[in-house]
Design a protein around this ligand. Structure first.
Ligand code: FE2
Length: 192
């Protein structure tokens, strides 16, 4: 069973209203609850093995799990006013290698986020090569790469931005970027 984490330390963060954050925390907690509900059904054998329902629950498991985990990576990527990327870090050097410069990376990340559609914009490290990629994951699962470690995740579902910004998603993206905790991203990059 999983326990929803507490991200109330983010309340008061510039560019995010408390209302928007609290709504988002509730949605996140819903994924944890649904995931646990599936696990409970599996553990008690209340759903018959080989049944249509069990098959559907198994298909649903990854969607709920990723809905929980991607939100955790997202909330844990944020801190009031952000923490700058250390230009000497392995992550900074990889960004320069794969995107030319940090500024070019940010532009590419913003552009990916501005595209129409819902889901997640992720900065990932391909585990076999160490190469960094910006990818778009539709919902929580379509397009998630099997061989990739997530370094940074940005929620681009409407619930992430419409409470504070209506349809002005680019303003939300700028607020998100200004609060990124790059120290945490550096650690994710280093720790396999
Ligand atoms: Fe979300």
């Amino acid at each position: 069973m999983y326990t929803a984490k507490d991200y109330k330390n983010l309340l008061g963060m510039k560019g995010f209203s408390d209302r928007a954050l609290n709504v988002h925390f509730t949605l996140y907690e819903g994924y944890v609850k649904s995931l646990n509900s599936i696990l409970e059904k599996f553990s008690t054998d209340s759903v018959k093995e080989g049944s249509y329902e069990k098959g559907e629950l198994k298909r649903r498991f990854g969607w709920e799990y990723n809905g929980m985990k991607l939100h955790e990576i997202y909330f844990e990527s944020l801190i009031e006013d952000g923490k700058e990327l250390n230009s000497e870090s392995g992550l900074a050097k990889a960004i320069e290698r794969d995107f030319t410069s940090f500024a070019d990376f940010l532009e590419a990340f913003k552009t990916a986020g501005a595209a129409r559609g819902i889901g997640w914009i992720l900065l990932v490290k391909e585990e076999s090569t160490g190469k960094l990629l910006i990818i778009w994951v539709n919902e929580h699962d379509v397009g998630l790469l099997a061989n990739a470690k997530i370094i940074l995740s940005m929620d681009i579902f409407e619930h992430a931005f419409m409470v504070d910004y209506d349809t002005k998603k680019s303003e939300y993206i700028n607020a998100f970027i200004s609060n990124i905790n790059w120290k945490v991203c550096e650690e994710r990059f280093e720790n396999n």
